[in-house]
Design a protein around this ligand. Structure first.
Ligand code: FPP
Ligand code: MG
Length: 292
């Protein structure tokens, strides 16, 4: 998948560069924000927002600030997650706190969240509520993650509850917000939200699985969250647990595709298909260098 060539990707990338450019030249804040915002990544979430918006009839320009706000809150969550997980490497580079220290990293996260609120405020109540709820769920999910790790819990229901909140919530909000921005009705918005939920859940299962199998080479942290394989391994052999995890991911991807297929064929629909397959394919490749 050549996402770097997509106009959705290029637009969000340019918006991100412009945003960093506007921060006080030479300030430490600018350096920390640039460190995370210009460290690569596929911009999956904002691209999902822009594609969902296009499918519902909007132009990129109308949805761009909403897409940027999604990328900024995501970047903030990565900085904060790395603080909690004592992350060392992210996207092949040292984490923000390793380079700039814990206070500067924490404050850059606060700065990014605040900017994302400023950007989203122009979109009205429904979009604002969707966005705020996703942020709250991410924090709840991350708190569950910390708790699961402390209790060494490999409970199936708790695992799914945690990843749906910490990860799938922002994918779901991205797709739903894209639909809202285009003026879609509640039924359509719900379909996009569900699509994002399936994609985000599959994405996190693969992310955990890549760490479990040590297939990932651009990320490193002291604390590792439990994976779905760990959950299944309690009741079956390793190979069976891996096969069952794969099945679950394939099922989620196919359900996500089915939802998108409810909409008429278009380039945007094809791209949402592709991005869903891409974001979850690391599980099936030799080395996981996926950069979402
Ligand atoms: C990655 O988990 C973590 C997340 C997807 C969510 C992080 C959320 C927070 C820190 C709450 C902050 C909330 C807001 C609104 C900024 P992981 O450690 O399994 O993934 P990794 O392998 O990429 O580190
Ligand atoms: Mg982490």
């Amino acid at each position: 998948m050549d996402i770097e060539k997509w106009d959705e990707y290029r637009s969000i990338n340019k918006a991100l560069i412009d945003f960093v450019e506007e921060i006080d030249h030479g300030s430490k804040m600018k350096k920390v924000v640039a460190h995370i915002c210009q460290s690569g990544g596929k911009k999956t979430r904002p691209v999902v927002l822009l594609l969902s918006s296009r499918i519902c009839g909007s132009e990129i320009g109308n949805a761009l600030d909403a897409a940027l706000s999604i990328e900024l809150i995501h970047s903030a969550s990565l900085i904060h997650d790395d603080l909690l997980d004592r992350g060392i490497l992210r996207r092949g580079a040292k984490t923000a706190h390793e380079v700039y220290g814990i206070p500067a990293a924490m404050l850059a996260g606060d700065y990014l969240i605040s900017k994302s609120i400023e950007l989203i405020s122009a979109y009205g109540k429904e979009v604002g509520i969707e966005f705020g709820r996703a942020g709250m769920e991410m924090a709840e999910g991350e708190a569950m993650d910390v708790d699961l790790l402390e209790r060494n819990s490999n409970n199936l229901a708790e695992y799914f509850n945690c990843i749906e909140k910490k990860t799938a919530s922002l994918f779901a909000a991205s797709a739903a917000m894209g639909a809202y921005v285009a003026g879609a009705d509640e039924d359509t918005v719900s379909k996009f939200r569900l699509f994002g939920n399936k994609l985000g859940t599959a994405y996190q299962i693969v992310d955990d699985m890549l760490e479990y199998t040590s297939k990932v080479n651009n990320k490193e942290s002291i604390h590792m969250s439990p994976s779905l394989v760990d959950v299944y391994r309690q009741d079956m052999a390793d190979s069976k647990a891996i096969a069952k995890t794969r099945e679950i991911v394939e099922q989620l991807v196919s359900e996500a595709h089915e939802i998108i297929d409810l909409f008429p064929p278009s380039q945007s629909r094809n791209r949402l298909h592709e991005i869903t397959t891409y974001a979850t394919k690391g599980l099936f490749s030799e080395v996981g260098t996926r950069k979402c």
